[in-house]
Each structure stands twice: as structure tokens, then as C-alpha cells.
Design a protein around this ligand. Structure first.
Ligand SMILES: C[S@@+](CC[C@H](N)C(=O)[O-])C[C@H]1O[C@@H](n2cnc3c(N)ncnc32)[C@H](O)[C@@H]1O
Length: 249
């Protein structure tokens, strides 16, 4: 999605986006950031800050916070609700973060590295690395492709229990899961003009290491079934997830 499309989303964010900042979501990013020593001396950037969901937490804890987004609409909403004195707003595409090069102890990107082209994803990860000082840390959340496959398996299992034959169960599951809209090689979901990028765990590790990050660790942001938006809920089954990533320079 381009910046104009995100401008539109800004007006009704939580109706349209499944967010790791919704109530009930288990988000290990928060615990990780709480462990960073001497946070008052750290400069952090929330890269792709959206309407600013993370800004109160960051502004309260860290010395200086850059809130970066390429969508004017998102930045407008973020400014309205968070006018912390230590927050600086930057309208910027993540492919060019020159004003932040070498300035940050911590770079954060929560579901904002979403470019459909792999070259752009790689360019953004390299650019994020350039913003970090030696010893700096990156923490991010990335949509999980495995969670989509897991959801498909849940649908298939349910349909197999209901259906008379395995082939009709498969046909129904393929339709409900919208298999035709996913490209499992590139991790892209396409619906009309909407294109959404999902990541495999091995892909994230590979891309981050190739960009130059070290100590890459993956965990899970867990979404309770009442917080998965348009995805069909399977209460009682283990939850869906996004990838929570930690890495160092
Ligand atoms: C799903 S929202 C997440 C917002 C916020 N991080 C949160 O979790 O609440 C994605 C955000 O990333 C921004 N974004 C996407 N691609 C971007 C890019 N190339 N440069 C700057 N911002 C970008 C969008 O404008 C949007 O605000």
C-alpha cells in the first residue's frame, strides 16, 4: 500500500487493522524494550509509527523518540493524541532514513515493513541498520506466513470433520481460506488493489542477516481469537501470531 492508501486507513485504524496493541494480545516486544539499560539516555525511532499506538510507552521510557511514517494522515492522527515533548515527528519513507543515520540506540518497526517487492524489503532493512549506532538494537513485528498456513490447516480440519469426502472438504477449505489470493512463494496476499506481505521465519532470519544484523532472535506476538479481525475464530485452539524479532548491530 502507498502512503495515500495508508492516509485512508488512519481514519478508522482499529476497524481495519489487526494490531499487536489491541487489548488481550501477548506482545513480547514490550518486555524486551523494558530490559534495555539506561533507557533515558537512548534515542529510539518508531519506524512506520502509524497513528502512534506505541508512542506513549516509548515517550515515557526513552530519552528521545522519533515517530516516522510516510503517511501524512497517520502522522496527523499520531500528533493529535501524543504531543510528548521528547517526540519528534518525521514524514519519511523507510527506504530513506538519512536524517537518522548513526543516531539511534533502538530502532523499532511494528508491522510497517510491508513492501511487496523483496528488493524494497531488503533496502528498508539495510536502511534501518544504518540508523543504528554500534551496539544498537532492532526490534520489530512482522506478519507471519506460517500463521496463515496454520489457519488454513484449522479450516481444513474442521471441513474434513463436517464433509462426506476428503476432496469436497479440501475444495471448501481452499475456498474459505482464499488460497487463490496467496502466493506462497513470495508471501503475498492479493485482493484487488490490496497487496499484503507476510514473512516466513526462515525468510526473516535470512533477510535480517543478509542486511547485516547479528543475534537475530524470533518470538511470537499472540493474538486471542477475539482479536483476529476478519480471520475465522477457532476458540480453544492455539492462537495465531505475528513474528516478534530482536536483532543487534
Ligand atoms: C499496519 S500500520 C502499523 C502502525 C504502527 N506501527 C502500529 O503498529 O500501530 C503500518 C504503518 O507503516 C507505515 N508504512 C508502511 N510502509 C512504509 C514506508 N515504506 N515508509 C514509511 N512508513 C511506512 C504506514 O503508513 C502505516 O502507518
Amino acid at each position: 500500500m502507498n502512503s495515500k492508501a495508508w492516509d485512508e486507513v488512519a481514519k478508522s485504524y482499529f476497524d481495519l487493522v489487526v494490531s499487536p496493541f489491541q487489548p488481550g494480545v501477548v506482545n513480547p516486544l514490550l518486555g524486551h524494550l523494558k530490559k534495555i539499560p539506561q533507557p533515558g539516555r537512548c534515542t529510539v525511532a518508531d519506524l512506520g509509527c502509524g497513528i502512534g499506538n506505541f508512542l506513549p510507552f516509548l515517550a515515557e521510557r526513552f530519552g528521545t523518540v522519533y515517530a516516522v511514517d510516510f503517511s501524512a494522515g497517520m502522522l496527523r492522527e499520531a500528533r493529535k493524541s501524543h504531543d510528548g515533548k521528547n517526540v519528534r515527528y518525521l514524514k519519511r519513507c523507510l527506504t530513506d532514513l538519512a536524517p537518522l543515520h548513526g543516531k539511534l540506540e533502538v530502532a523499532i518497526a511494528v508491522n510497517s515493513v510491508l513492501a511487496p517487492r523483496h528488493e524494497t524489503v531488503d533496502a528498508i532493512l539495510e536502511e534501518i541498520l544504518r540508523t543504528l549506532k554500534p551496539g544498537g538494537r532492532f526490534a520489530g513485528v512482522f506478519p507471519s506466513m506460517e500463521a496463515i498456513l496454520y489457519h488454513g490447516q484449522l479450516i481444513l480440519g474442521r471441513e474434513l470433520e463436517k464433509a462426506g469426502s476428503a476432496s469436497s472438504a479440501r475444495r471448501r477449505a481452499v475456498r474459505i481460506h482464499e488460497n487463490a489470493k496467496y502466493d506462497y512463494l513470495t508471501g503475498l496476499y492479493r485482493d484487488g488493489n490490496e497487496v499484503q506481505k507476510f514473512y516466513y521465519a526462515f525468510e526473516l532470519r535470512q533477510r535480517l542477516k543478509r542486511a547485516g544484523f547479528k543475534n537475530v532472535r524470533l518470538g511470537k506476538v499472540l493474538y486471542p481469537w477475539d482479536a483476529v479481525g476478519d480471520y475465522e475464530a477457532f476458540p480453544g485452539q492455539p492462537p495465531m501470531w505475528d513474528w516478534c524479532v530482536k536483532a543487534k548491530v
